[in-house]
Design a protein around this ligand. Sequence first.
Ligand SMILES: *[C@@H]1O[C@H](CO)[C@@H](O)[C@H](O)[C@H]1NC(C)=O
Ligand SMILES: *[C@@H]1O[C@H](CO)[C@@H](O)[C@H](O)[C@H]1NC(C)=O
Ligand SMILES: *[C@@H]1O[C@H](CO)[C@@H](O)[C@H](O)[C@H]1NC(C)=O
Ligand SMILES: *[C@@H]1O[C@H](CO)[C@@H](O)[C@H](O)[C@H]1NC(C)=O
Length: 313
Amino acid sequence: MWISVCLISSFLHITAGCTILVINYGKITVYSGQSVLLPCSCSKTQAKPPSFTWTKLRGQHSPVIISPRSDLYRGRVERFNSTSPGNLSVLLSHVTEDDQGWYRCQISREKYSDVELTVEGCTLSEPRSRVVNGSPGQSVLLPCSCSKTQAKPPSFTWTKLRGQHSPEIISPRSDLYRGRVERFNSTSPGNLSVLLSHVTEDDQGWYRCQISLEKYRDVELTVEGKYHPLTTTTTKHPPLTQPNGLDITTFLIPTTSPKGADTVGTSEEDPSASLQQYNTIQYTLLAVLPVILIITGVAWYIYKRNKGTVCIP
Ligand SMILES: *[C@@H]1O[C@H](CO)[C@@H](O)[C@H](O)[C@H]1NC(C)=O
Ligand SMILES: *[C@@H]1O[C@H](CO)[C@@H](O)[C@H](O)[C@H]1NC(C)=O
Ligand SMILES: *[C@@H]1O[C@H](CO)[C@@H](O)[C@H](O)[C@H]1NC(C)=O
Ligand SMILES: *[C@@H]1O[C@H](CO)[C@@H](O)[C@H](O)[C@H]1NC(C)=O
């Protein structure tokens, strides 16, 4: 009896062929959102093992079987053994950071090969500036990106923060943003910036780019109108202190943004410059007028005298 079992099993092994796996002590790194081939093969690609399983190891916990029928892997696993029976690799797609870990390709109790998968997920990078300036009617890029633009976050949302009120989701489907929002993640999965067009002063405020509950970046949008009463007040009355305690230096320190400060700076210079110009013209006229009068008088006198001498024969 025992001998016959041994004979049958060795017979099966001979016909099945695959008794040796190519061992890949591999460590594979992939960006989240991409696909990865977990390699495993028989020493002869046409040799077929009786069966094979892929599992994800979980330390003390029992391994998870990677089956296209399991919720975790539905639509994400592809096998290649139909065309090449000894090719036991699987292609795992839409990889997330949760997929990181050790995987085992097994053809029998003691024959297996392990690979380690490392997934580089999305880490939000620090924006160059937390303030974005726009002008009414123009487009502004609200910046947000993963430090590796190949890495795709599981999802991302942009919202406009509204103080105590719940934030407003910036969706191309919402009335407020229809036709005004453009995303770039189709070409570069980790580029989470959005282009907001036809901005108005109502768009001013804080915006949040969020990839998970605790991972987000905020940027402030300012939309500079054509006329800013506060700036004009300070330019007409340039003393350093105002009755209401406003200090002109407050407006010159670039607390909000360098560009904002620039705008205040130029609008502060412009009226005083034109006033100076006006004064200069006035003084020039006052100085030049007597000279012109004198020259005219002298010319008239000479003309009269010459006319007198020439005309008398
Ligand atoms: C491929 O492998 C699976 C898992 O062992 C098996 O169920 C299936 O029959 C194999 N397909 C072919 C064509 O060998
Ligand atoms: C198994 O099939 C995949 C997909 O066709 C291929 O990329 C891989 O190189 C194959 N592996 C072997 C060992 O032939
Ligand atoms: C871009 O991001 C949105 C929002 O997370 C998502 O619904 C969409 O599938 C992404 N597009 C691509 C091509 O990744
Ligand atoms: C994202 O895409 C926009 C539009 O192409 C581009 O201006 C911006 O620089 C990109 N951001 C990153 C981090 O690549």
